[in-house]
Design a protein around this ligand. Structure first.
Ligand code: PNW
Length: 481
């Protein structure tokens, strides 16, 4: 028989008494089992954490790594919060074994990491830097030794600075294909799950139109469309290169932060509007990948600024995928409309609840609609949530605790809403929490912490937050706690 503490016993008695008083009978359950009302995930659902090379590795100049556009950008005055750079970050380049132990302690089955292209190819193209490959080979081995399956992203924004013109140059897409082929050939015996690229809009629009991310340019629309096209073309080259250079059965996909649309209410017309918005607002990215052509509405809107597409591009771009990875943080609300596009986006009121990063609204239903809109439109074979999480104004107590109750609230509610998608039999296979560790949050530098482990950036010591304990328990019970 399981021993129960006096406190648990007391709670049980109080609940039973309250139920008796209300004239209802309690469902039977045992302490230590998922509690009544908890949402249980199906057996085999995969729990993981995600990170990205430039955000955690550091070792920016170690063992022959070449600079990426993010090294250049973060070292340019005024581009990142406080002038922060990824030179050291979490120093996972040296501390990766410690990080694997953090993963093991959580009980995750899977880990999403990315490869720094310029660590392997310092200029983006041959010659290779064998020490760069060695590092990733060691990380993969360390994960496998600890029974954690690596899910590898080939490109999470750290474009080799040596590639002339970056993503304005079509050659970069081709170079990405060569790099993907090389990684597939050398790690494909052990890595069975690959993502080509992470979040097109962040390295194309934010880098080349808004200027908020590397390389910090503000180009006119025609050039931005071409940059976007080169981004998705790289993905296409990457998929084909991985297929050609890895054993059969290897799973290939991508990680995309498709814009998410939540219907203002769940009626047929608004649900249809959410689908239309998803298709049109993601036109230059996920929509082309899934449909093999730019939507006519998009081409009409862009007119002379539409991207120049060469023969064979669209076939590459729409190469069949084994899974679609969705990075989910925040949605927009949408309603049906008589306008030709059939939908209208809602402006969020100023009072809409937000997390510590002002761009993250607390809208847990977005994770359900992210899955549903994409599946209803394009029926991918499998879906992973490749990122979900939030920043929090974490404070490390003198005892070494971080009570990030807001993050736990955010995660618990997202996982509850994701469960709805699972229950409705959308093919969601796993969930990667962003992030394992506090890390270099791009233009926000170290001012925004997304980890479930707190990192003291002076000592590099890692401390599990309340959210790490919560995630560990959720994984152990395979139910949201
Ligand atoms: C994702 N936005 O980026 C990235 O994949 C991660 O590298 C990043 O750390 C994480 O989310 C948290 O930000 C985004 O402004 C960055 O809308 C910014 C936005 C969206 C995604």
């Amino acid at each position: 028989m399981k021993r129960i503490s006096r406190r648990q016993f007391g709670k049980g008695v109080a609940a039973a008494a309250a139920a008796a008083y209300a004239g209802v009978s309690l469902p039977r359950f045992a302490w230590g089992q998922p509690q009544p009302g908890h949402v249980e995930y199906p057996k085999g659902f995969l729990w993981g954490c995600a990170t990205a090379s430039y955000q955690v590795e550091g070792g920016a100049k170690d063992d022959g790594r070449g600079p990426s556009t993010w090294d250049v950008f973060s070292h340019t005055a005024g581009k990142t919060h406080n002038g922060d750079t990824g030179d050291v970050a979490d120093d996972s380049y040296h501390l990766y074994k410690e990080d694997v132990q953090l993963l093991k302690n959580l009980g995750v089955q899977v880990y999403r990491m990315s490869i720094s292209w310029s660590r392997v190819f310092p200029t983006g193209k041959a010659p290779v830097n064998p020490k760069g490959l060695d590092y990733y080979s060691k990380v993969v081995d360390e994960l496998l030794k600890n029974n954690i399956t690596p899910y590898v992203t080939l490109f999470h924004w750290d474009t080799p600075a040596g590639l002339d013109g970056g993503w304005t140059n079509r050659d970069t897409s081709k170079a990405f294909g060569d790099y993907a082929a090389f990684m597939g050939k050398h790690l494909g015996d052990r890595v069975k799950h690959w993502m080509t690229t992470n979040e097109f809009v962040c390295f194309t629009d934010l880098g080349y139109q808004v200027g908020q991310f590397a390389p910090g340019l503000k180009l006119p629309p025609a050039q931005v469309n071409q940059v976007r096209h080169h981004g998705i073309l790289a993905h296409g080259y990457g998929v084909q290169a991985l297929r050609a250079n890895t054993p059969s059965g290897t799973q290939v996909g991508l990680a995309e932060n498709a814009s998410v649309y939540v219907p203002v209410m769940e009626t047929e017309e608004h649900i249809a509007a959410a689908r239309k918005a998803t298709r049109l607002m993601n036109a230059p990215f996920l929509t082309v990948l899934m449909e093999g052509k730019y939507p006519a509405e998009y081409l009409a809107k862009e007119g002379a600024n539409a991207p120049k597409v060469e023969d064979g591009d669209l076939e590459k771009i729409s190469s069949p995928l084994d899974f679609v990875g969705l990075n989910v943080y925040t949605p927009s609300y949408v309603r049906a409309s008589d306008k030709p596009e059939g939908f209208e986006l809602e402006q969020a009121p100023a009072s809409y609840p937000k997390m510590f990063s002002p761009w993250i609204q607390l809208s847990p239903e977005c994770i359900y609609w992210a899955v549903r809109n994409v599946c209803d439109l394009w029926k991918p074979k499998a879906i992973y949530i490749t990122e979900n999480g939030t920043s929090s104004d974490d404070v490390l107590t003198p005892e070494g605790h971080v009570e990030d109750t807001d993050r736990v609230m955010y995660l618990r509610n997202h996982l509850t809403m994701l469960h709805r998608a699972v229950k409705e039999e959308y093919p969601v296979k796993g969930y990667f929490l962003w992030s394992l560790l506090d890390n270099f949050e791009w233009a926000d530098g170290y001012s925004k912490r997304f980890g479930i482990h707190y990192v003291d950036f002076k000592t590099l010591k890692r401390y599990p937050k309340l959210s790490a304990q919560w995630y560990k328990q959720t994984i152990a019970e395979n139910a949201v706690v």
